[in-house]
Write a protein that binds this ligand. Structure first.
Ligand SMILES: Nc1nc2c(ncn2[C@@H]2O[C@H](COP(=O)(O)OP(=O)(O)O)[C@@H](O)[C@H]2O)c(=O)[nH]1
Ligand SMILES: [Mg+2]
Length: 238
């Protein structure tokens, strides 16, 4: 691995970001961070700028309005590729994806094209989520796996490392979905591309600062995207 850029989408993460960025950078000197902020009203974008001016390993992409996780990642991937990343990592800003797990992802990416963190590979490794949220997530995963046939355990997961070549081949701009469904569709396209994939277990922690941006609409998008993917693939429209 030569250069790894961790893409962190943020919307109102002013409490998390100043703690998260140093923790990420401390994992390995080859790691850089790209914050993709959608004009957070709480000033997260300004904090990101301060972090960037203090350290050349921090980059910021400002977007004009809140356009959802999928849009933030699409733009973030493009910028990370422009910056010359060899490895691109996706990570939430709320510490749900533990920075300490980064070295494990980076170790395995030497031998695989994509390394996916999974909450459901070794039982259920989700910590301090309310039981109803674990149930929704677990059954949601079961449903998506059965509808799409995806051979991975965490279909809605968004903690992964990818080689540059995977994103270049994937045409990720064509990923339609925006919320959780973005992760499902990206996973689907990754599997379909024939990439060599490894899943590794990690402990997903519920956020302790800031608030979730999950909405019912995002949940429903995930339900229908599974059928859409199946149909579009069958029709050769993917
Ligand atoms: N740039 C950007 N980031 C977002 C948006 N929606 C969510 N995020 C970020 O995406 C990550 C996951 O969102 P989160 O609210 O934690 O979702 P949850 O973990 O499912 O509750 C966090 O880092 C959020 O700040 C958005 O519209 N734009
Ligand atoms: Mg979260």
């Amino acid at each position: 691995m030569s250069r790894c850029i961790v893409v962190v989408p943020t919307y109102n993460e002013c409490e998390n970001l100043p703690l998260l960025v140093p923790r990420i950078l401390a994992q390995d000197p080859r790691i850089e961070v790209l914050v993709v902020d959608d004009a957070s009203p709480d000033g997260t974008g300004k904090i990101a700028d301060q972090l960037a001016s203090a350290d050349p390993r921090v980059h910021v992409l400002h977007r004009l309005e809140k356009e959802g996780l999928g849009n933030a990642y699409r733009a973030g991937f493009t910028r990370a590729l422009e910056l010359g990343a060899d490895i691109i990592v996706q990570m939430d800003a709320d510490f749900s994806h533990p920075p300490d797990a980064l070295p494990l992802l980076l170790e395995d990416i030497e031998h695989f094209d994509v390394v996916m963190g999974s909450r459901y590979l070794r039982g259920i490794t989700v910590v301090n989520w309310p039981i109803e949220r674990i149930l929704i997530s677990w059954f949601g995963n079961w449903y998506v796996r059965h509808v799409t046939g995806l051979p991975i355990t965490d279909t809605t997961g968004g903690f992964r490392a990818m080689r540059r070549s995977v994103l270049e081949q994937l045409d990720y701009q064509r990923v339609h979905a925006n919320g959780y469904a973005f992760q499902i569709e990206l996973n689907y396209r990754i599997v379909r591309s024939g990439a060599r994939i490894k899943e590794i277990p990690f402990f997903f922690l519920d956020r302790t600062r800031g608030t979730s941006k999950l909405t019912l609409r995002i949940g429903f998008e995930a339900l229908w995207i599974a059928w859409w993917l199946r149909a579009a693939d069958w029709l050769g429209r993917l």
